[in-house]
Every structure is written in C-alpha cells, then in structure tokens.
Design a protein around this ligand. Sequence first.
Ligand SMILES: *Cc1c(COP(=O)(O)O)cnc(C)c1O
Length: 454
Amino acid sequence: MSNIPYKTYLEESEMPKQWYNVRADMKNKPAPLLNPGTLKPMTAEELSVVFCDELVQQELNDTDAYIDIPEEIREFYKMYRPSPLVRAYCLEKALGTPAKIYYKFEGNNTSGSHKLNSAIAQAYYAKKQGLKGVTTETGAGQWGTALSMACAYFGLDCKVFMVKVSYEQKPFRREVMRTYGASVTPSPSETTNVGRKILAEHPGTTGSLGCAISEAVEVAVGSEGYRYVLGSVLNQVLLHQSVIGLECKAAFDKIGVKPDMIIGCAGGGSNLGGLIAPFMGEKLRGEADYRIIAVEPASCPSFTRGRYAYDFCDTGMVCPLAKMYTLGSGFIPSPNHAGGLRYHGMSSTLSQLYDDKLMEARSVEQTSVFEAAQFFARTEGILPAPESSHAIRAAMDEAIKCKETGEEKTILFGLTGTGYFDMVAYQKFNDGEMTDYIPTDEDLAKGFAGLPKV
Ligand SMILES: *Cc1c(COP(=O)(O)O)cnc(C)c1O
C-alpha cells in the first residue's frame, strides 16, 4: 500500500483565510442579473432591497480574486472544518480499478451537507447589518437546516418555506429546523400572494424550489428588518463554497498529489463551483489542466438538455433574471429523490464556464445513482445523500473505465452530504420500487415556452 493516508486533514492554522472568487480569472464573465422590468443590469441599490448589503457587494464583485473570510466565520468553520480529504482505498479495491479515488467529505456537521459553509457566512452578514432575521426556501431541507443552525448561532429569526413534497416526506428535517428555532411553512402556501396564485393555477401541486423562492422573497421584501438568503445558484454562494476547493488543494499539495479529474453533483452549482474553484482558477490562468465533470439527474437535466438563456430564478417571477442553463422557471420536475438537484436552472458562473467548454456535464438515472450509493455505503461505510451519489456514480463509472484501459487516473469527487434523512428513498430502492423518470422533449418544450423574451 502507498504511503498516502486514508484521510488528509489540514491543521487549523492551514485553513483558508480568504475565499477565492473564480470570476476574477474568467475572461468571459458570467452575465449580470437583469431587472425583469427594465432589462437593465440590477444595481446594488436594487439588489439590497432583497439581499444583505455585503452579500450584494460579493454578488457583483467580478474583479477581486480573494476576499477575506471574517474572523467570526473562521471561528465557526473551526467547529466542523477542515473537512477530510479521503482516499477511497476500499472503494478502489472493491472496483478492482487502478484509478486513485479521493473524496472531500462535507457531511460531517449536524445539517449533514456543505450548505453550512455559506449559511454561516450569510447569517453573519445579516447580523452585521443589524437585521432581525432572514427568509429562505428549502427543497430537501439541507439548506433550511444549515441556515437554522447558522441563525441560532447569531440569534437571528429564520423563516423557511419548504417545498411541500419534502415537508411531507421529511418530517424529521422539518423538526431539526424547528429545534434550531426556525419557523417552517410548506410551499406553496396560503400565507403569500404568490403562493395563493400558484395554488389556484396548479391545485394539488407538490411544489418546487422556484415556488418556494417566490414566497420567501415576498415575505422578506414585505417585512421590516428581513432579507432573503439563497443556498445555491448565486455567485456569493459559490464564493463561500470555495472553502471546499481551497482546503482540497492545500491537502493535495501536502501529500504531493494532483487530480486529473474533478467530479461533483450539480443542483444549483454551489458545491461543484466551490470544489473546482481553485483548480478552475489554475485552468483559466493556463497553469494546469483538469477534466471537470458536473453530474445532474436525468429527471432535471439543466446542463445536458437545457437552454443557455435569461430566465426567471423563481416560478412567481419576482426575482431578477439570470442567464443560465435552464429548463424554464415553469418546469416542475418529477418528484425524484434527490431534492437538492431539482432546481430548473444553474449557477450563471458555472453556466458560462460550461458554455466556454471549460467543463463537461452528464446526466444519470435515479436507480443507477442508488446502486452507486449502496455500493459506496457498503465499501466506504458512509451513507451518502442521494444528491452526492450522483457524483459517486460518475466517479465509479470513470474508475471502471480506468480498469478497462489500465490508466491510473486520479479522481476527486465531492461527497456533499449524508443521507440519514433520505431513508424513504432508500426504502423505495431497497424494495425495488424506484423508477427512472426522464422528461420527454415535449415536457421540456413546455418549460422553454415560458422563457422570457430578452
Ligand atoms: C443542496 C445539495 C446539493 C446540491 O446543491 P448545489 O448548490 O448544486 O451544490 C448537493 N448535495 C447535497 C447534500 C445538498 O444538500
């Protein structure tokens, strides 16, 4: 066996003190958010009605490559970071592959995913601005849980609109949020104008992230001392998540390893954007090359079958327009079990990088994802989140290809979280009742028909 340890940790003193902003090194910058009324780029002033002031600055900052992580946030990070970079020796052995597989494990905190990295930053800036609280949406519940923890830490009120299907399927996540002091409302709800409108148009809908965003924004804008926060998609969230990639890069440097391939699941793009950030930076500056692969569900294929166009970020069309790979804000995906990957669009930063052919994307079907999840649980011991298992599937597929070709590639993938709250999905899989839903071209055409004409 080689002298590479199973786990590589950084010392606390080696943890990143700055986030890395990949936009600074992009030749083609991500397209700006547009005001849906005027179709002009959103100004800081307009954005600050909805978002916290410092987060608006981060959102619009395409020039500073490094942004200091405030001391208070670094202190919080130390409670659960650095996260381990793990060499998947057991998985390699079980696959009989010559590939070297590493994963960065972000599930080692109570919220169970990488989302806490941005939640604590966003709560910090809200507190610093003297706000009373924040509103947000949550799909599967990971973001709402992370934000509830972060708000409890800083003594902020937290109002969460939870996609109805998850609210019903995942009562335990809901109760975790309430334990941390958040209020949780199933979306669409009767408590907002936009919720009532969506319910009238689609009675019995199980909801979507797009609906929940509209409700959360409406409440933030209408409540004194509140702002809206978002757990993915936005540039600022990718910035905060760069802590994942920066730690990875530092850990790899420590053991003298360079990955050939970096794989991550992509919902709104924040974990992948964060994981690849410093590596993409090297690629953009011409210092190194990496193959980068985004993995998405076949049921919600924004990159692989979406359009690169300006679109609404939410169903109620109250948010700015973002240029992104999208299925259309009216697209409501089938209720598959990777709730965190059900968003209709994709980060505008990753969309631009993908359009510039600096990264690849592929889609995978649900049952093959759970086969990979089960294999991983049985070999590496960690019970992965369904979202993360999309990356596991692709990493395993690449490792199996290496077995066929005899290539000793080094593969890094992001293991974004644990799946303890996804046992209904695992139960379906274990009982052989899981299905694969792939939207038809006609299904997608309906979503595209609703794209704004910009
Ligand atoms: C939310 C979530 C994702 C997907 O979100 P991104 O913004 O694309 O990273 C992936 N994995 C887990 C565990 C999540 O909670």
